[in-house]
Ligand binder design. Structure first.
Ligand SMILES: Nc1nc2c(ncn2[C@@H]2O[C@H](COP(=O)(O)OP(=O)(O)OP(=O)(O)O)[C@@H](O)[C@H]2O)c(=O)[nH]1
Ligand SMILES: [Mg+2]
Length: 201
């Protein structure tokens, strides 16, 4: 590489950059997901969970958890030479809802992470994206000690529109997370095409 050009003499491609949100309930694995795929050291805004927060921060099911995200997670992944995703992980607790609108501005789409042991924790995130017509994919983070349910059962329990993809994943696994992100991009493209179609017909 000389002066940033490839050996084949092609000019460098300006990649398309897209913004994806990672949402879901408290402790569902959002920070883990961003960390698993990010090719830059992810920016984290973790604070220790304290005794004082105990009545509010329900850690049942994630007893090993010592910190929580207070503003956002930020990471980046290059899916293809010409396609870069910026990932913004939202804070999981209700008291940080005011940050969401800021984070959602300009987002192409979102992942709503779900834990089948506490599925109701992601209702608010599903509602949020449905109301704003932001395309989203539900990623079921398969914790080892949680019962496995087929994607269709999760869809029914969350009362999702038939078009919303449900993908089983492991938030710690780079390849698994990449698949989820690719689904988000595909789904957002389909959504945009459907909107265009509706406008022109
Ligand atoms: N076994 C297992 N543990 C996981 C998985 N994903 C996350 N964890 C663990 O679950 C805990 C919660 O993960 P976080 O990534 O901090 O969750 P979060 O959604 O960012 O949490 P908040 O920001 O506090 O809402 C951590 O202790 C992780 O190590 C998973 O797929 N399997
Ligand atoms: Mg977090």
């Amino acid at each position: 590489m000389i002066f940033g050009r490839s050996e084949r003499g092609k000019p460098p491609v300006e990649p398309v950059t897209l913004k994806i949100l990672v949402a879901g309930g408290f402790g569902v694995g959002k920070t883990t997901l961003v960390g698993a795929v990010s090719e830059i050291r992810p920016l984290r805004t973790e604070e220790l969970l304290t005794e004082a927060g105990r009545p509010i921060d329900d850690i049942s099911g994630v007893e090993g958890k010592h910190t929580t995200t207070v503003a956002m997670d930020f990471g980046r992944i290059t899916l293809r030479e010409d396609l870069v995703l910026y990932l913004f992980g939202t804070p999981g607790q209700d008291r940080f809802w005011f940050l969401w609108d800021e984070l959602a501005t300009g987002a192409l789409g979102a992942v709503v992470l779900a834990d089948t042991r506490r599925l109701e924790d992601c209702f608010a995130a599903v509602d949020y994206f449905e109301r704003r017509s932001i395309p989203f994919v539900v990623g079921v983070n398969c914790f080892e000690d949680a019962a496995r349910y087929p994607a269709e059962s999760v869809r029914q329990a969350l009362d999702l529109d038939p078009g919303v993809p449900v993908v089983l994943c492991d938030a710690r696994d780079r390849e698994s997370v990449k698949e989820v992100l690719i689904r988000v991009v595909q789904h957002a493209m389909e959504h945009a095409a459907a909107v265009r179609e509706a406008v022109t017909t």
